[in-house]
Design a protein around this ligand. Structure first.
Ligand code: ZN
Length: 120
């Protein structure tokens, strides 16, 4: 649990505690009557509201999980262009020959090894 949630729960508990005391006190002989009930009720509502917001699961948790799943597998694969003619090379034009990726251009039929950092 985050530290601010603990503080929020303590704050809420104090608010509800004093809210109930005000409502209770309004019925006693020395009490303030209707005004005390209103103050007590507002205090309890604020306390309950703080508990509601503190107990809620933060939205950022689910966002992080979704971002990790949606991470693209082949970044930049669709930007490869042919060395000879500049035609766009797709994943289907790359074949593994003796452990090395060999590109066969569908436009000019040039075959060459795909390097780690190609310079066109
Ligand atoms: Zn080509």
């Amino acid at each position: 649990m985050a530290w601010w949630k603990i503080i929020a729960f303590i704050f809420a508990a104090i608010m509800i505690f004093f809210g109930i005391l005000f409502i209770w006190g309004s019925f006693s002989a020395q009490g303030g009557g209707g005004t005390w009930i209103v103050i007590g009720a507002i205090s309890v509502v604020i306390g309950l509201g703080v508990i509601y917001f503190a107990a809620r699961k933060p939205a950022s948790d689910t966002t992080n999980v979704t971002l990790n799943i949606d991470l693209p597998v082949n970044v930049g694969m669709d930007t490869i262009k042919c060395k000879s003619c500049g035609g766009t090379i797709t994943k289907n034009d790359i074949s593994m020959v003796a452990g090395a990726p060999i590109v066969t251009c569908p436009y000019c039929h040039t075959s060459y090894q795909l390097t780690e950092e190609p310079k066109w």
